[in-house]
Structures are given as C-alpha cells and as structure tokens.
Design a protein around this ligand. Structure first.
Ligand code: DAU
Length: 325
C-alpha cells in the first residue's frame, strides 16, 4: 500500500504507528502534484486508487475557501488526470481490475427539514458551505471522468465520522478534550442541529465493500442510521467522561451556547439501503459502544492529543471561537 499525504495541519505521521499492514510505504506529497503522482503510479503500479485527501472542516472553509478549491477540486482533477493516463496505458487484463474510489460526504446534498426523508443517491446536490461545494464539484469531476473517458470510478458519500485519531477541530474530539480538561463546551446555536453518526471503522468496512463488490460508475451512500442532535451528543460525552474521570461538578455544566455557524445545515441523515441491499454492508458499532471506545482512546493517548494541540491548533481555536458571543 502506498500512502500519499501532504501532511497539512491535520496530518500526523504518528497516526500510522503500529499500522497492521505489510508493505506500507509512505510518501509526503500533494495529490495536485501531477508529476509526483505520475511517478508513483509508474513505480508502484497500483490496482486501486482511493482518494481520501481533502480539506474537510466546514468552519475553516467559512473563514477561507481557497484551500478547499485547491485541494478538493484542483487536487482531485489532477489525481484523475494522472490516474486516467496511467489506466489508459495498462494492458487490458489490468484495466478491467482497476478502480478509482472517491471518498466524499453527505454534505453535498444540503440540509434536511425535520420531516424530510434521508438523502438517497439520487437526491439533488445542494451544497451550502464552501467545503460542501468543493466536495460536490470533485464528485462531479469523478462522474465526468467515468462518463467521458470510462475511467472505472466509484463514489461514496458518507455521514459524520468519529473515532480515534480524529483531529480535535471536529465536534466529538473537541468536546472530549475540552470536557476532560474541564474547559467550556462551545455548542453552536441552539444545539438542535442533527447529524447521522458513524464509527470510523464501519466507514472503512463500507469502503472495502464498495471497492471489492461495488458496481463501476455507481455512487453509494454510507451512514449510521444514527441521527442525534448536537445536544444529545455532547451530553453523552459528558456522562461517559464523568464516569471515567469523576469531577466535582458534572461536565454538562460546562456547556456554553455560542454564536451559530454561518449557513449552519440543520439536519443530515443518510439512507444507506442501497449499500445494505446490494453489498450486504451494515455498521457493527452502536453509537454508545463507538463513543465509549473513542473516549477511552483519547483518555489513554494524551500524548497524541498534546502533540496535535500545539501552537497552530491554539491559533485556530482563538480564530474560530474568540468572537462568538
Ligand atoms: O457529514 C459529513 C461531514 O461531517 C464531513 O464531510 C466533514 O468533513 C465533517 O467535518 C463533518 O461536518 P460537520 O460540520 O457536520 O462536523 P463538525 O464536527 O464540524 O460539526 C458537527 C456539528 O457540531 C455541527 O452541527 C456543528 C456543531 N459544532 C461543531 C463544533 C466544531 C458545535 O456545535 N460546536 C463546535 O465547536
């Protein structure tokens, strides 16, 4: 397995320690560097390319959209170009086996009203944040490379992930670390926004299924069938941490309602019946078991957290949270 990673602010080589995969080769670099990608493809001759690379944090995209277009749109385009050149030059027997899997998000579908049905693969795209718009654009490019050049692509649109190693700008790890350290828990708006949560390893098993059994040119939605409001998520985190690391006052007293995210999507929910029905994929973890594992991982890996929450991370907290009333 060849891993190409630009190691931007959220990347961390420590995340690869103890990876139980033989022949793992790491390269620091950008998917948008077409010469580098072309060299790697010609050197290692992969059977499959998975595009996990993305700028992924909505709040960052609100403060500056350009990096999102650079990586998610142009980066994906260049990766597609290099992949297409590589694939076209393969012998026919290897061309049939080749797959390009593009990992995307349910945010491309926009926001749901409380009584609307969950997103299906056929739901019209309606991205609301610069991040979602950049991912929508990359999905369209992948589709176009399949339709135009017959590149054997697959696209997945997944709901909110959580689990070990998640960078603590996202809701769950941010709240865990703040709660452990008895810091304020900044909930945007009224905390009634709903997300559909999936444990990261369940996302990985879904990707494996799509890669091995998915139909070329298709899109598969992936979700946890686990809709929860942010208030419910934060309260569960507080309860677990109170149980694991007792404190004089319950952690929920640390909840602070702060100014809402601009254009904040109210509700996401994914209809994952296609991947269940066609590929037989189901998540293994419930939200409570996955959350318990996640909290315990952060509690037993304080050094990892210390390493990723240094200077630049504190600058981000200051930028994002300082001026929220
Ligand atoms: O739906 C899939 C998407 O989920 C992924 O494509 C994105 O990469 C990922 O970041 C995530 O997007 P969200 O915006 O839903 O995730 P985030 O963890 O930033 O926020 C989850 C919810 O929690 C959202 O309603 C905003 C709220 N929130 C978030 C933060 C960071 C707060 O109330 N307070 C916070 O401090």
């Amino acid at each position: 397995m060849i891993n190409l990673d630009a190691l931007t602010y959220a990347g961390n080589p420590q995340n690869l320690n103890g990876l139980p995969i033989a022949h793992h080769i790491f390269h620091k670099g950008d998917i948008g560097n077409i010469e580098l990608v072309t060299d790697l493809l010609s050197k290692y001759q992969p059977r499959v390319i998975i595009n996990f690379a993305a700028e992924s944090h909505v709040d960052r995209s609100i403060l500056g959209a350009e990096a999102f277009v650079q990586t998610n749109v142009l980066g994906t385009l260049r990766l597609l170009e290099a992949s297409r050149n590589y694939w076209e030059a393969l012998p026919a027997s290897r061309q049939v086996e080749f797959r390009f899997l593009h990992v995307s998000t349910d945010e491309v579908y926009g926001s749901l009203l409380p009584d609307e049905s969950p997103f299906q693969e056929t739901t019209a795209y309606q991205p609301n944040s610069p991040y979602a718009a950049s991912k929508a654009s990359s999905d369209h490019l992948v589709r176009a490379f399949h339709e135009t050049y017959e590149l054997p692509t697959l696209v997945t649109n997944c709901s909110n992930n959580y689990g070990p190693y998640q960078f603590p700008e996202k809701l769950i790890p941010l709240m865990i670390l703040n709660a452990v350290n008895m810091r304020e828990l900044p909930v945007y708006g009224d905390g009634q926004n709903v997300r559909d949560w999936l444990y990261v390893e369940d996302h990985c098993t879904a990707l494996d299924k799509v890669l091995t059994e998915g139909k070329v040119g298709e899109t598969y939605n992936i979700g946890g069938r686990c809709e929860l409001s942010n208030n419910e998520v934060v309260e569960q985190i507080c309860e677990i941490i109170d149980g694991e690391v007792p404190a004089p006052t319950p952690r929920k007293t640390l909840i602070k309602y702060v100014e809402d995210r601009k254009g904040h999507d109210r509700r996401y929910a994914v209809d994952c019946s296609k991947i269940e029905r066609e590929l037989g994929w189901f998540p293994r973890e419930s939200f409570s078991s996955g959350l318990m594992k996640t909290v315990r991982w952060y509690l037993t890996n304080p050094e990892w957290s210390r390493n990723v929450t240094s200077g630049k991370y504190r600058e981000w907290l200051d930028l994002n949270y300082r001026n929220r009333a």
